[in-house]
Write a protein of this length. Structure first.
Lengths: 169, 166
């Protein structure tokens, strides 16, 4: 049934990648997006008029690769994300404590399973001392593009909860 | 309805963009209406093995070397849908998909492995059908004592019970 991908598929290529405490992080470089993936991404972006696209669909890295591997590789396993959060000294912060450079992590509601991570790149405040409205820079999946979006403007948002994390002291 | 049509919906496709982790993807797919509907159609016989196999072949027609496989999430969805389906096709599909190691398909083989693990956990424990009866000297009443005829690591199980559970 899967003879073609088994016989001619590209072997996944990892990079040497470690946490600050030298724990090895499993990773793999993604292949380029197919035309169907590019069309699906465009369809998704079209449904979010406030999104600002920074980069068109690309392979190589995923959301965690953008945040923790400088766009060089994809870190797919949520267990590796947990390892990074712990080894690199991240702590959770509330919405009012969020600063540019912190990260936002989406999880499946009720299951506490990490699904996506984005970098806080902008914080709006309607008035001095008012509620903070973070904007995240996100890489979508293994083959999507990079988009800047309001933290609540997320596909199928009802499925996810969002928490903010920082490595600041 | 062709099972593929529902799996092509945004409900399933978007998960491939918003979830990078295979375990999370399998849980999210489990909750989709598309996967639940496909599971019902399989149980009721609306979707046959032949139709599902043809659909998978149709999906795989889009496979290109060094390009991301666009239907990786859909294959993962099928793997989740057949999780409780005890048949030769489901077993073969999951085993073959889980054995794929290709950068073009990063998630569906991992989801297939997770589904196989769940199937193994849901299956009844090992049952042994060959027994010999130990003879007890001086026993007044014939009380059967089951002794495994094979390796000592195997667990002796009363076959009448285990067969009833199948």
């Amino acid at each position: 049934m899967f003879a073609l991908p088994t016989l001619v598929g590209t072997q996944p290529q990892p990079l040497p990648l470690f946490t600050q405490r030298f724990s090895k992080i499993d990773n793999v470089q993604e292949v380029a997006p197919s035309s169907a993936c590019i069309a699906m991404f465009a369809n998704m972006v079209g449904k979010h008029p406030s999104w600002v696209t920074r980069k068109p669909p690309t392979g190589v890295y995923n959301c965690a690769g953008l945040v923790w591997a400088n766009r060089r590789t994809a870190i797919q396993d949520a267990a590796a994300w947990q390892l990074i959060l712990s080894d690199d000294g991240y702590r959770r912060v509330n919405l009012q404590q969020v600063e540019v450079g912190d990260i936002g992590i989406y999880s499946l509601v009720g299951l506490n399973r990490l699904t996506h991570v984005g970098l806080v790149v902008r914080i709006d405040q309607l008035q001095q001392g008012g509620a903070k409205i973070p904007w995240l820079l996100s890489k979508f999946g293994n083959t999507g593009g990079e988009v800047m979006h309001h933290f609540n403007d997320w596909p199928q948002a009802e499925m996810y909860s969002l928490s903010f994390w920082t490595e600041r002291p | 309805m062709n099972p593929l049509q529902r799996l092509m919906s945004d409900e399933v496709s978007l998960l491939g963009f918003t979830i990078s982790d295979a375990e999370s993807l399998s849980l999210a797919l489990e909750a989709t209406a598309a996967v639940r509907a496909l599971r019902l159609e399989i149980v009721s016989g609306v979707v046959s093995v032949e139709l599902l196999e043809a659909s998978i072949h149709q999906l795989l027609g889009a496979f290109e070397i060094r390009k991301s496989f666009p239907w990786d999430t859909q294959l993962a969805a099928i793997a989740v849908a057949v999780c409780n389906w005890q048949c030769e096709f489901a077993e073969r599909f999951l085993n073959q998909l889980s054995a794929v190691s290709a950068a073009e398909m990063p998630l569906s083989p991992k989801v297939a492995k997770i589904v196989l693990r769940r199937r193994a956990q849901a299956m009844p424990p090992v049952s042994i059908k060959q027994f010999r009866f130990a003879k007890i000297d001086g026993a007044q009443q014939a009380t059967p004592i089951f002794v495994p005829a094979q390796t000592s690591s195997m667990q002796a199980v009363d076959t009448r019970t285990s067969e009833a559970n199948c």
